[in-house]
Design a protein around this ligand. Structure first.
Ligand SMILES: NC(=O)c1ccc[n+]([C@@H]2O[C@H](COP(=O)([O-])OP(=O)(O)OC[C@H]3O[C@@H](n4cnc5c(N)ncnc54)[C@H](OP(=O)(O)O)[C@@H]3O)[C@@H](O)[C@H]2O)c1
Length: 349
């Protein structure tokens, strides 16, 4: 009512995801009247440029959220658990990028192309799914709608930026050290707080997040559980193997699916994906055209290629899905949720 825009807060403003959130708010020309940038004490006082204006980063406290309409959180689960309820108490709607609330049944877990209408029952907190889950469900939802979906088996090739700014630095310094014949000590990957750390440069690490009692990692369980929740399909069969590779940005996924409908051709599958929202089909074998992370950086879409019919199962298909994990996997999906809130009248100017 008469305002030029919303009061938006970014928590974790100096991080890999937070930086992209600020950039995405600017690129989308999201109606921001006031932008509050929050971090820990480490980065407080730093200046960040938004729409040509310098904004000073402040320490995140409960009082930081007074007057905030939408708070985009990406400062780790502990910060979200402590501060998201404080933000809600002060009237903000929280879009949370961490895994703190994703499986809470009172919290919608939203990818706008798939389940935008779940936003209507939010109770102050909306969860942004795991990056590797988001890009997969964007490609799978149109397939589910057209042909039904029974089973998903995914293997991921995930970029180091998914583990934050320190992991990017670790890959770069290790690569330099190895090429210079110097020694180095891995400290961040696969999981900073786990007991052992391994070389990521010129390597592949089949562990993302900590191991669970069932032998899967937490990242793999996130893909399994979040896919079922977002697609409203508790009965969907999903298995995942998540691997970290020495790419800075852009997650890739080899996905095997089984659909309900028999007799679907590769051409029908490709045509469907070509017309799907936020999906770009890059699949031309004669031209050696297929998605690769280096080509996806900085883009909001989900790129799909290598579409093949399984050789043994008529209802089985293989896909290769790539997207910028910091954008559709995190910052863009969060800002897209904020845009949906405006569109649905769940937040008002
Ligand atoms: N990277 C991805 O692709 C991705 C995707 C989806 C979700 N996420 C989630 O988003 C979160 C952040 O990821 P990231 O990759 O951006 O990590 P990051 O690069 O390590 O950045 C962490 C950010 O959180 C801030 N922070 C840390 N402790 C804090 C505290 N006690 N109070 C306030 N702010 C604090 C940091 O501020 P300082 O500069 O002061 O340290 C920094 O701004 C993680 O929970 C991650 O799981 C990441």
């Amino acid at each position: 009512m008469g305002r030029n825009g919303l009061h938006v807060a970014v928590v974790g403003a100096t991080g890999a995801v937070g930086q992209q959130m600020i950039q995405t708010l600017e690129n989308r020309n999201f109606p921001v009247e006031t932008l509050t940038l929050l971090s820990s004490e480490r980065s407080a006082g730093k200046k960040v440029v938004f729409k040509g204006q310098e904004i000073e980063v402040q320490v995140a406290t409960p009082e930081s959220f007074a007057g905030v309409d939408i708070a985009l959180f990406s400062a780790g689960g502990a910060v979200s658990k402590a501060l998201a309820p404080e933000a809600v108490k002060r009237g903000a709607i929280v879009v949370d990028n961490t895994s703190a609330f994703r499986m809470d049944e009172n919290v919608p877990l939203v990818v706008p192309e798939v389940n935008e209408s779940d936003l209507t029952w939010h109770n102050g907190i909306i969860a942004n799914p795991n990056c590797s889950t988001i890009q997969m469900v964007v490609a799978l939802e149109p397939i589910r709608q057209a042909f039904g979906l029974k089973k998903v088996i995914v293997s991921t090739y995930q970029a180091v930026s998914g583990a934050g700014a320190q992991a990017i630095e670790e890959l770069k310094t290790q690569a330099k050290a190895i090429l210079a014949g110097e020694s180095f000590t891995p400290e961040i990957l696969p999981v900073k707080s786990d007991r052992k750390h391994y070389q990521i440069a010129f390597n592949a690490i089949p562990q993302i997040d900590k191991f669970q009692a069932n032998g899967f990692t937490f990242e793999e369980m996130k893909m399994i559980n979040e896919t079922k929740k977002i697609m409203h399909m508790p009965e969907l069969e999903v298995a995942a193997t998540c691997v970290r590779i020495p790419v800075i940005t852009g997650h890739s996924e080899s996905v095997y699916i089984e659909v309900e409908k028999e007799g679907i051709s590769v051409e029908e599958m490709k045509q469907l994906l070509k017309e799907a929202p936020s999906v770009v089909l890059q699949d031309d074998l004669a031209e050696q055209l297929y998605p690769m992370p280096a080509d996806c950086v900085g883009k909001n879409d989900v790129f799909v290629g290598r579409v093949r019919k399984d050789l043994d199962r008529d209802n089985g298909f293989h896909l290769w899905i790539v997207s910028d994990n910091l954008l559709k996997g995190a910052a863009w999906n969060s800002v897209q949720i904020a845009e949906s809130l405006l569109k649905l009248g769940l937040v008002n100017l």
